[in-house]
Design a protein around this ligand. Sequence first.
Ligand code: SAJ
Length: 412
Amino acid sequence: MKVCIIGQGYIGLPTAALFCRNHCEVVGVDISEEMINNLNNGIIHIEEPGISDIIKKAVELEVYKASLTPEKADAFIITVPTPYIVENYSCDLSYVITACESILPYLEKGNTVIIESTIAPMSTDETIKPIFENAGFTIGKDLYLAHCPERVLPGRIIEELIHNDRIIGGVTPECAVKASEVYGQFVKGDLMLTEAKTAELSKCMENTFRDVNIALANELAKICSEIGVNALDVIEMANKHPRVNLHSPGPGVGGHCLAIDPYFIYAKAPETAKIIKLARDTNNSMPDFVCDYVKKIIPKGKIALLGVSYKGNTGDDRESPAYDIISKLSGDYEIAVHDPHIDNPDFLSFDDATKDADLILILCDHDEFKELDFSLICENMSNPVIFDTKNIIKEVPSEIKLFNYGNLYELS
Ligand code: SAJ
């Protein structure tokens, strides 16, 4: 099978790798010339275990090729970003539409087209299907169109792409069958065949479920800091109940999924999707909450800010609440950023960031931050204080003062 994948990012490239490893030929298309050149030399641009080796080998064996333009293939998979439109929170389909239009000259009867990008409910039927119908195809008869959302966790993408169950939302039942044959090349999880609109809403709801639960944990952290209870203990105790799973509070919710997908549902039913919108607002309010407590801990001085990735052990900083926190604090404080997973000339080493700092502010749970060099901290800081918004520091020596969501009420 030959597969043409439009978009060689966090999902498109690992997906390409797995097709290659399972004896398919892949053309990976992207708009970035630099990325294409690198990929054709086996150099990848994402930090994700396992992918680099597969792509290197696939380039050598000439089963993977990156290109600026699509080619004829049996299946076309669209994995381009879908941001939200700031004014009305709706799903910005412009990249998906452009990608669909870009494959039109290469499409042949019998091909399968799959949209993997997360899209708002009804997008496939109302917006994407007409692009192909207007080009003369009859969907379900001579072209097969489906929405098959990805549902993988950064850091475990290869593992999850293979083993997670997969939603296959066909525009017609025939489309779902054809799309399932494509994923049958490498997916070992169940392939669940359904309608496109069901697939769209299921995907958005998965991330909304998590966003709402995180909002609940964040609201609990705020309540506890107000009334004088240890929020972390509450979560630990409550989670001993067999049917309770309180999530973890943090500095806010980042990433390209949880921070965006709930808006796609909200935009479709703004009068009804009240919990969904409130959860987004609560999570968006966390940078302010963090900044308020930073101000209570130190009114001015130097902050060593650890971690700007949106989640631990990735170099992905999309929608990271850290940037909001940096911009809110930088007027009043000297901010020294350290993030071992992000290549940025403005970021400092741990030693330089903490030198003469008044506060260490932890915003991300990278493994490197779980075991900090406390003796270096005591050497570098005259009055060492840590504010750990991710609850990753379990114990500190007596010379260091630790704040986390368990004891913020001491500052109220
Ligand atoms: N976070 C918290 N508290 C928690 C859990 C997470 O504050 O208890 C924060 C994280 O720090 C991060 C954000 O939420 O800023 C999102 O992290 P995440 O690990 O929950 O989610 P993503 O965006 O990396 O991946 C999600 C996953 N969805 C679900 O778990 C329902 C993944 O399976 C999806 O494939 C992915 O979104 C996607 O592509 O949609």
